[in-house]
Write a protein that binds this ligand. Structure first.
Ligand code: 5GP
Length: 171
């Protein structure tokens, strides 16, 4: 598989994102809302780089992909599960924004629960496809329209453990 971003490049970018995020919240409490499973590796690195004692972390399971093809349906948690974010400053942490469907559905649902604010940090974005449908406040890298694996991103649960990002090739 072709390496897109190596470990050193990724870690440098994650440190920059953590710095920008801290500056944005200016010492106020905020909650990283990590979208499972794909964002957990990125989020773990990001979380450890944020020095604010007021940062918290929560997790949500959302999936719209099967293999390398989007199922087209976003399955969100029930409103009761989202209610715990009411009145909080929430920073959604996503692995990759492709069509933006997953993210826009989640942002709308969170707004409906009365969060204080909702921002988005996505490690990757397929700019060509997404075309700005959802505002990404903190972005790691733009990537080509190709299926990506590694650094938490899988193909049928494989390759999540690669420490780098790669363009997926069937073997
Ligand atoms: P969207 O709703 O933006 O089309 O899809 C977002 C979700 O689809 C991501 O959170 C991720 O789980 C999955 N996804 C989209 N593109 C890729 C990709 O290139 N590689 C992997 N592994 N997952 C992807």
């Amino acid at each position: 598989m072709k390496v897109l971003f190596d470990e050193t490049t990724i870690q440098k970018r994650v440190a920059e994102l953590a710095h920008d995020i801290e500056a944005c919240y200016e010492g106020r409490p905020f909650t990283l809302l990590v979208i499972l499973k794909g964002a957990f590796v990125f989020a773990a690195d990001l979380f450890r780089r944020i020095r604010s004692p007021l940062v918290r972390v929560e997790f949500l399971r959302i999936a719209s992909y099967r293999g390398t093809v989007s199922s087209g349906t976003v399955i969100l948690p029930p409103p009761e599960e989202l209610a715990r974010f009411a009145a909080r400053d929430v920073l959604i942490v996503e692995d990759i924004v492709d069509t933006g469907l997953t993210l826009s559905a989640l942002v709308d649902a969170l707004r409906g629960t009365g969060v204080s604010s909702v921002r988005v940090c996505s490690f990757l974005e397929k700019t060509e496809i997404h075309q700005g449908r959802v505002k990404i406040d903190f972005l790691g890298f733009s990537v080509p329209n190709h299926f990506i694996v590694g650094y938490g991103l899988d193909c049928d649960e494989k390759h999540r453990n690669l420490p780098y990002l790669a363009l997926y090739e069937e073997t």
